[in-house]
Design a binder for this molecule. Sequence first.
Ligand code: ZN
Length: 392
Amino acid sequence: MSNLMTTTSTQKKLIELTSRLIDERSITPDAAGCFDYITAQCESKGLYCKRVDRNATQNLLITTHQAKRFSLLLSGHVDVVPPGDITKWRFDPFQATIADDILYGRGAVDMKSSVAALLMAVFDNLDHLKTQQTPVAILLTSDEEGDAIDGTQYAMAELTAMGYSFDYALVGEPTSVDQVGDTVKIGRRGSLTGRITLTGQQSHVAYASEHINPLFALSQFIHEARHTTWDLGCDHFSKTQFCVVSAQSHCVATNVTPHEATCVVNFRYCPASSDGTLRMQISALLKRTKMDYRVEWVRPNHPFLSGTGLLTSLMNDSAVRISGIAPVLSTSGGTSDARYISEYVKEIIEFGPRNHCAHQIDEHILLHDLQRLFEIYREFVQRFALKINTSS
Ligand SMILES: [Zn+2]
């Protein structure tokens, strides 16, 4: 187990860097002043910075070498979700505040702390990476929490077109659950959203047959979808999950049944299903209501699985060494930018702080967790450089 108090000045710099990023109002897709600050920090240490912006989104590629082929890509985002009602926050969400060894502010876990810790891990290993000739790149975006079209997805395609390539990747999303180091993500479930409209016939409530009331049809559909087994799950994935996000109709008057009823549904699905099979299953259930319907499907996020390999092994050893915990491999949770990188690399993992208060009011990270996160990243980068060097 490492001694957390060994590097006081590094610890101070880490807190300062995280706080400085939290102070920027970088609500998605705006990086605010984050990239100017990070660029100045990186260039002063001899790193190279390149912007790959599009529309309102800013993307920053930071590299240890002036090269186009990189052994390792570290990825993160500086944009955050809106703070919500700021009067409910204990402190200003855009003014990093420390109270009782806890750092408060929007982005404290998702994911300005990871961005700061990843940067510091590279700064601390820079001599090592230079002498070992292990080129490392860091790709940061300001559009992960929003549409995520002009962010990592665009930057990876654009960089690839420019001739850049990356062998392995680590994304710093908050993946830990109870303790920093307990969970590594090796894939993600897919996400599919549909807006369903059932059309019946408006009628006097006293004379309306229930066969023309779209609300009855909608409730039948929801009931049957809820009790459907979509698949049985597959390796590393739990079974596909169906959820209703909203259900409504327009109430003209209390004695009039509605003409239409709508609902929004979402699937978090495993590779045992596909967006195509799920759409067909939904259509079959809707047909059973015998009512006219239409469905508008939103473009799906496909599931991916990177599996186990060099990175899962190195992260396991790093977490055990620093935290004393062997992380579990998981594919749970929401979607992330890892899916946009996975197609370009041999292996990708996601690893970061505890996600217990991501997107919440009073988002915060324990200073102890922040330090531990940095130490695990530093250990991981060090081990990676050593491994790549000895195996090449
Ligand atoms: Zn995030």
